[in-house]
Design a protein around this ligand. Structure first.
Ligand code: PLP
Length: 356
């Protein structure tokens, strides 16, 4: 939807993306960075994020072929790895747009067109996509037989790397090392996502794949102080009303005023990405002070308790980032993760870019 009169906007500081990637590079032993910009760059705008990241990174990664085509149309030149399974529908697009496919099943060897580049994906414990490690000798044979395709990498994916000290990471690492014994000559080996790169970085692999770090977040509960969030989401108070002691606010009367107070109404709700589970939990920032959301989050509005402060309408409100709660605090309070909070930011908000 084209927005003529947006009710909220995300300010995205592009230089902070460069800064975050440089901070990661100082800390990772991997020589290469793959910037993951799937799902519209986690809501930040895939092409804008990728253009900013391109000078700093070696590869891009996306979930689906359409997302890769969007990057190419936006002028992105660096290699793009597509994580999804290739199919008869998408096979030609890899060649047309110069994309690197992921082979995660023997059938994929015959689907891709001559000359297509690919990475092998082995499933070492996530149980989502990828070959079982026991298939390694068979996969090796197929890779050798299929000289019409070009194998340029091999990877796996962690299921529990978001926080430090996971036993599962060790198990997956061991399984991946065993797989790699069959593929000595493959030039590019990678397993770390953001969690892996921040908490389990290892010198033996060539590249890390990270979506969140460039946007200023780690994946789990531990948020390192060397990352700076890129996005700040703001809106305005559109109405202020007096509510008397004993009156309730919003659907289902989940909050009742304990004393007379002013309630401010803000034109963003779960339709914009404020999870309903944050009803009566979220706090937002107005003029540097935090105010609680009271009553249920509705599709289009939230209400905040201003106490005895009757602020003027049009007063700016910071909902996420800046001096309000970070996406990781949102995630913690909502029982979610940073990925879900960021990708939940809808197209109802305008995205405005600064510092490019
Ligand atoms: C999404 C994804 C990533 C990036 O995850 P982050 O936690 O954002 O770093 C890396 N690898 C694969 C295969 C993915 O699907």
């Amino acid at each position: 939807m084209k927005l003529h009169f947006p009710n909220s906007y995300a300010e995205i500081d592009l230089q902070t993306i460069t800064k975050n990637i440089r901070e990661l590079k100082k800390r990772t032993a991997a020589k290469k960075i793959l910037s993951v910009v799937k799902c519209n760059g986690y809501g930040h705008g895939a092409v804008r994020v990728a253009r900013e990241a391109e000078p700093e990174v070696d590869w891009f990664g996306v979930a689906f072929v359409d997302e890769a085509i969007e990057l190419r149309m936006g002028g992105i030149k660096k290699p793009i790895l597509v994580f999804e399974v290739p199919s008869a529908r998408t096979a030609a697009a890899y060649q047309t747009h110069g994309l690197t496919a992921t082979i995660s099943d023997l059938a994929h060897f015959s689907i891709l067109m001559d000359g297509t580049k690919y990475h092998l994906n082995f499933d070492t414990g996530m149980n989502r996509l990828g070959f079982s490690p026991s298939k390694a000798p068979e996969v090796r044979k197929m890779a050798i037989v299929n000289q019409r395709l070009i194998c340029s990498g091999i990877y796996s994916h962690y299921s529990m790397a978001d926080d430090p000290g996971s036993k599962e990471v060790e198990k997956q690492l061991k399984a991946f090392r065993d797989v790699l014994k069959h593929f000595d000559e493959i030039p590019l080996v990678h397993i770390c996502n953001t969690g892996g790169a921040v908490h389990y970085d290892l010198e033996e692999f060539d590249m890390v794949r990270t979506g969140l770090t460039q946007l200023g977040y780690a994946a789990g509960r531990v948020q390192p102080d060397w990352l700076e969030p890129v996005l700040t989401w703001k809106s305005k108070v559109v109405q202020v009303k007096k509510v008397s002691k004993g009156e309730s606010v919003s659907y289902d009367a989940t909050w009742t005023a304990p004393i007379d107070c002013f309630i401010g109404t803000i034109p963003v709700g779960y339709g914009d990405g404020i999870l309903r589970s944050l009803s009566n939990k979220l706090k937002v920032s107005v003029n540097g002070a935090m105010y609680p959301v009271v009553g249920n989050v509705t599709m289009d509005y939230i209400m905040i308790n201003l106490g005895n402060k009757k602020i003027p309408v049009e007063t700016e409100v910071t909902l996420l980032g800046g001096d309000a709660w970070s996406a990781s605090k949102w995630a913690e309070e909502a029982g979610s993760n940073v990925h879900e909070i960021l990708t939940g930011l809808s197209d109802r908000m305008a995205r405005s870019y600064t510092n490019y």
